[in-house]
Every structure is written in C-alpha cells, then in structure tokens.
Design a protein around this ligand. Structure first.
Ligand SMILES: [Zn+2]
Length: 614
C-alpha cells in the first residue's frame, strides 16, 4: 500500500455520486435543488442535513458538520482517508495506482514531535531548578523583563545549558535515537561524528504548531554571544516561513476578535498575551511572508502589524508592502484581508511599551493602526523635502510606484487623492504619474522566492450568540461568590476559544486560579494580575448574587457555555479542515476528524444529560 496521487483522488471524487452514496445509509428527499435528510451525526426530528448534488458537498445546519464524500464516509464509518479512497474507488469502478510510500516513514514525524516535546521538558526543568550560573542568569533575565516563574511555566520557557551534550544525553536516556535528535535539529554531529547540543547557553522559547505541540525552538543567548537569537532550522515538522510563535495560543482570540496582532519578538508575544492581548503572534526571525498571511487569513479578517519604531521595523513595514496586491483591495470581496500597521512610539518594542505604559495605551496604539498602503505611501512621501518643487516631484514619482502596484483598484483612486492632497497637486497629475510608473511591488517577488502563490483566504468569523455573552457574565457572577464551584469550570476553560469575550474568559480564569479566595481577597488576587478583569469583577462582588441563587443557576449556565464552546470548537475544526482541503493538504486529516467526532460526542452527552435533568 502506498501513496494515492491527487489525480486519482480527484478521479474517485468525480466518479462518486454523493447523493446516492449518502442515501444508502441516510434516506434523503429532494426539496428544490437540495436533498434533505435527518442528520446522522446528531439526533434530530426535523431534517437539517442537506446534500448539494451540484457541489457534491453536504452540510448539517443543526450540528454544523459538513464535507465531501470522503469526509462523510470517514465520519460515518470511522475509516481513514486512504481506505475511504480505496473503498470509493472500488465502488465506482475506478482503478487507482498506489505510489511507493513517502520518504518519511509512518510515525516518523510523530517521533520528531515527541523528541521536541521531551526537549521542552528538559529545558524547562533546567530553567526552573538549574543551579548553574547560566540558569540563574536566564531566570534573572526573565525577571528583568517582568516574567516570573508563573509566566515561564505558562509559556514552557526553558534554558539550554548545552554543557557536555546535556540535552542529547537526557533524550537518549528517554529512548530517542541519534538520527531523530539530529533530524529534529536538537543535536548536531560534529566532524568526528560526536553529538553535541544544537542550543548552548540560551533561554529557550518552544515553538508550537496549531495544536500546541512543540515542533521547534527559538533560543536567546544569555549574556554575550552571537547570534542573539537562534532558531531551529527547518525540519520535516517545522518551516519558519510558515509557522508563527504563539499561534496555538492566539488562534481562538484571533477568530473571536477577527484580528491578528503581529509583533516581532518572542518576548513581545508573551508580554502582549500577559497584558490581555491574547491575539498576538510573532514571525520567527523572518519578515512577514505570504505563507504567514495565508496562515493568519484562516482565522483573521484583519492583520495589524505592530512595528518597533526603529529603522529595522520601518524596513519591515516596507517589505510587508510586498503583499499589497489584489488580496487587500475592496474588489477581493469575501477573500479580502485588511493589512494594517502601527508603529510603537518612542522607538520601543511592544514588550517595553506595554511594560512602561500599560495595556490601555497599547490598546490605543493598536486602535490607531492605519492601512499598510497609506503608511507606505506616507513614508515614501515623507522621505522627501516637500518644500521644494524638486522634492515634491521626487515624492510624486516615489508614491506613484506604490499606486501603480494596485492599479485599476478602487484603492488606487482613493490613495491617488490622498497623494494629491499631500503634495498639493491635483488628482489628474497623480493619476497620470501612477499610470506611467512601474509598480514598486506587486507581490510577485515574494512568490518568485518560492513562497505560496495562493492568495490568503479570509475566514468567515461568526458573530457570537448574544445568549453566550450573557451566560459568560452569569458564570463569572456565580463563580465570584461560589468558590466551591470553581474547579468544575476547568473543563470549559480547557477548550480553546470557549468564550466569546476574551476579557470575560480572562476574568473567569483569574477567578478559578484564585482558588477559594472570596470577597476582597478574591478582588486582590485578580487585581494583582489583571486590572481590567478586576474592574469587571468588582461589579459582581458589589452587586453580588446570593450564594444559594448562584448555586441554583450554576449547572444550567455551565452547560450552556459548554455547549457554545463545543459548537465553536466544532466550527473551528471545520474551518481548519475546509482550509486544508482547499489547499490540498491532507496531513493530519485523521486527527482533525477524530477531534471533531470527539467534540460531537461530548455535545451529544451534554444534550442527553440535560434532557434527563440531572
Ligand atoms: Zn447534524
């Protein structure tokens, strides 16, 4: 058994009649263009499961599951993708050729992930309890940035001493083979073939994939040494131009806010999250690439790029303009992704700024973001002395190149007017210059560099149910006065993006983390960590529920939120599946389907337990 080619998969799909296939197990009735039936994935009495013969796709409007023929069989018969293709091929009489297997043996990637996870544990232990000077210096460095041991724990920060191959030895003792460590870029073989650790005397930031599994590391040197930051090289499980630091923790907040904040450093991401900006991510020592934008576009409608105010940050802004093409113009319609930029004032980086000025000021910086196109145009104009006719003419030529990059778009007209305004000339002059100019960039250079040509796809961000926000407030009010119920909320908090309001989620987490503190002690505990959350909390403590009333409402509220959370998790998984499917990426499909089925099961349990009125 080998790999099945995309062509064969497509032939099988084309040869399969979805309506007939589904009708074998789920009776369907035609209603207009669509076929309707009772959903096989959730119990229902009126049909909300629909099959579209035109697109050969199905969707349940009750439980929000959906997919193609392969997905349907995988879900209903619990088969994996290759087996489903083989089965449907046989059924449709299509012959498929199985190619010899992929270079990476089955399970190999999982081994590399396991090795990286194990390395993160070793690094973290060394950081938290290492006695040597290096570990102490790493702790001191973190403390100097305002990151205590709680933060280090939350972010699984670590320290690589590198001394005498400490990591390689520890991982060998855990059963990892030499070539696995080398392939995961955790160790290097020297000239004589001896192993040495890849990271030496560095503070370690584990880099995770979307599922939160460690796949690589960023290492910051402690004290003197070059380079200041060292990242894992690309490996079979890690590609720095396609991964982002913090994406696993940020994705649900990105979906719920519709906005991704892109910063430049690991510590910036941590500082932003700790300050409540849980939708922040960072690139990994590279400029923003088309693949990053594509990744973020799966979750966000807007990307706000926060630049350090230094010269390097400004250059990064110019580079980002490479992506100003059809994807950010209004004509891109639903695929439109807005790219905005904001420069951190006073030449600070985001971590310094939020430490010095607080979350409120940072909010203002984010809110003040302006469209990347205008930012780049203004920067080009500002580079010239507008007091002289020569300066103005050079500024016009410079700006015209940017306008030429979005020629023909409504945006070009808007910004031509903006340029005319700034240069105190008329629209026709600017328009003529733009027509004559060569595009300053058209996104092609990024593509020619071997990056993804497919435009980013903006995901549909569902507006959250108004009932959910109400239930979230209710839960916080209940927990505020009922410490003994707090532990029961952990399951809910474990679900990514379970809250529609990230601020409320933060508050509930803080309340749960506060253990059995109540009243003023609770407020204190929360206020020490999160001023915004404490403010909300104060209302629920002043206008407090009667403990008996709180107790009476608790299970209903928790069940409702659990249901919201699971439904949301389900749509998130579907978005991920759809986006992978449209990208032709089948890696990890099984796991996604498994996760979706698991969520589905939990939802069903929840509904059943509610009906029996436990
Ligand atoms: Zn359903």
């Amino acid at each position: 058994m080998g790999r099945i080619s995309e062509e064969d998969v497509a032939r099988v799909r084309d040869a399969t009649d979805l309506v007939a296939l589904i009708n074998e197990t789920t009776p369907l009735r035609q209603k207009g263009r669509l076929f309707w039936g009772l959903c096989p994935f959730h119990g229902e009495k009126t049909a909300s499961f629909k099959v579209d013969p035109a697109t050969q796709l199905w969707h349940c409007f009750g439980c929000a599951l959906g997919g193609d023929a392969f997905g349907f069989v995988m879900k209903t018969q619990n088969m994996d993708f290759p087996d489903v293709v083989r089965m449907l091929a046989e059924r449709a009489g299509v012959e498929i050729v199985e190619e010899s297997g992929p270079a990476m043996p089955q399970g190999r990637k999982e081994r590399l992930v396991a090795a990286s996870e194990a390395a993160a544990e070793v690094f973290h232990k060394t950081l938290s309890s290492g006695k040597d000077a290096g570990a102490q210096a790493a702790r001191a460095y973190l403390a100097g940035r305002g990151f205590g041991s709680e933060v280090a724990k939350r972010w699984r920060l670590g320290y690589a001493s590198g001394a005498r191959g400490a990591l390689a030895k520890a991982l060998a003792a855990e059963g990892f083979a030499r070539d696995e460590l080398i392939e995961a870029n955790l160790a290097l073989a020297d000239d004589r073939g001896d192993m040495k650790d890849r990271f030496f005397n560095r503070l370690m930031f584990p880099i995770a994939d979307l599922q939160g599994r460690v796949i690589a590391f960023g290492g910051r040197v402690i004290g003197e040494g070059q380079p200041k930051y060292l990242n894992s090289s690309d490996t079979p499980i890690f590609h720095k131009s396609a991964n982002m630091y913090g994406i696993d923790r940020a994705k649900s907040a990105i979906v719920s806010t519709g906005t991704a904040l892109v910063v430049e450093g690991y510590t910036d991401v941590i500082a932003m999250h700790e300050a409540g900006f849980t939708n922040a991510v960072a690139t990994l020592g590279t400029a923003l690439t088309a693949r990053h934008i594509k990744l973020l576009g799966r979750f966000a409608k807007r990307i706000v790029y926060l630049f350090d105010g230094d010269e390097a940050g400004m250059r990064a802004a110019d580079r980002a303009a490479e992506f100003l093409d059809s994807t950010s113009t209004p004509e891109a319609g639903s695929a439109r992704l807005d790219l905005l930029v904001s420069v951190i004032p006073d030449g600070m980086d985001p971590a310094d700024y939020v430490a010095a000025h607080g979350a409120e000021d940072m909010k203002a910086v984010v809110a003040g973001a302006q469209p990347l196109l205008r930012f780049v145009i203004d920067r080009r104009i500002d580079a010239h002395d507008l007091a002289t006719p020569e300066g103005r003419s050079r500024a016009l030529a410079d700006a015209a190149g940017v306008l030429a990059s979005v020629r023909g778009s409504l945006l070009a007209q808007d910004y031509a007017a903006h340029v005319a305004d700034r240069l105190r000339t008329d629209y026709a002059t600017v328009d003529a210059a733009a027509r004559a100019a060569r595009p300053a960039f058209d996104g092609r250079s990024a593509r020619e560099a071997g990056e993804d040509a497919a435009p980013p796809r903006a995901v549909v961000v569902r507006s959250s149910d108004p009932g959910q926000a109400g239930a979230e407030v209710e839960l916080a009010r209940v927990l505020a006065v009922a410490p003994h119920l707090r532990a029961q909320v952990r399951d809910l908090l474990d679900i990514d993006g379970s809250f529609s309001d990230p601020g409320m989620e933060m508050l509930v987490r803080e309340i749960v983390d506060a253990g059995d503190a109540s009243g003023a002690a609770l407020f204190e505990a929360v206020a020490r960590r999160d001023g915004d959350a404490a403010q909300r909390l104060s209302a629920y403590l002043v206008d407090a529920l009667e403990p008996a009333a709180a107790e009476a409402r608790f299970s209903e509220v928790l069940d409702r939120l659990m249901e919201f959370a699971l439904k949301r998790e389900l749509s998130r998984l579907q978005i991920e599946m759809r986006s992978k499917q449209s990208a032709g990426d089948r890696a990890g499909d099984d796991e996604l389907f498994r996760k979706a089925a698991d969520v589905q099961r939990r939802l069903a349990q929840l509904r059943a337990s509610r009906q029996t009125g436990r």
